[in-house]
Design a protein around this ligand. Sequence first.
Ligand SMILES: NCc1[nH]cc(CCC(=O)O)c1CC(=O)O
Length: 315
Amino acid sequence: MTDIADKTIRIGTRGSKLALWQANAAAEKLQAVGLKTEIVIFSTKGDQILDKSLDKLGSKGVFTEELEIALRNGEVEIAVHSAKDVQSTIPEDLELIAFMEREKVNDVLLSLNPDFKLEPGSKAVIGTSSTRRKALLKQYYPDVTTVESRGNLQTRLRKLEEQGMDGLMLAFAGVHRMEYDNLIVYTFPEDTFVPAVGQGSVAIECAKSLEPELKAALKQALNHAETHVCLLAERAFLRTMEGGCSIPSFALARLTKEGVRISGGIVSLDGKKLLQETLEGPASEAADLGEKLANIILGQGGDEILRNIRAEREE
Ligand SMILES: NCc1[nH]cc(CCC(=O)O)c1CC(=O)O
């Protein structure tokens, strides 16, 4: 390598513990191939406004906008995001160059009571800020009450006791990275509680104008090919559904012997209507498969569920 090795890769990230963990994971991968790194912290709208639920903040890049501005201004070479937090369509002048190897994708239940069990018919009070988790809980555990819970994991855990909740429903990935595995009392199955698009993976974004040799070196060091194929399928699904993080849609792709399989759908906010389908196809057509799945779901009444959600939000 010529001058690339001498360059310091500035990594833009949010300042939360989870974000920093992810930025450090990227930095380590880059250092392993001999690149120098520097972590630069930015605060996003999603970090600053904690008293509103995410669906009221609007779905457009609440966790990414400030980082994207830094990419444009050349303040950082790459931005590191939870793949789940990245809008389905990113601005024209930016691109996602890598998806890092995915962590276990499931949602989990955390409780301060190690013996807590989520039984059928449970009247438990569970904290979550995700419309998907709330709606899926209503579908599979209609007697559970959900309570809004936002902020970083440390804050949420403090509020768990204060607000009389039995548990918190979160992504395993974040819980594991913050080393709270010991509080996990239940792992939700991925075929019923299908995760949000991108859950468990870390996305790397850069300006399209970044030097091609550097871009190639970054991609080589950071991208995980299998995860990338799966995320192409899931993100095409999300784009076609036109759902941001505030819409209770979900999709999970996995590589199979034949190619790629994606399972996904949408659930109404009250949990009563659940649409879910699974498709399989060649890995080279991952994005088409995701799009096809979304169109099937929209055609089965997913479009109506989306319209109802939007109408409810207008009120
Ligand atoms: N929207 C918040 C968010 N973004 C990424 C993660 C965890 C890591 C991941 O899902 O990849 C979380 C917390 C959660 O959903 O529990």
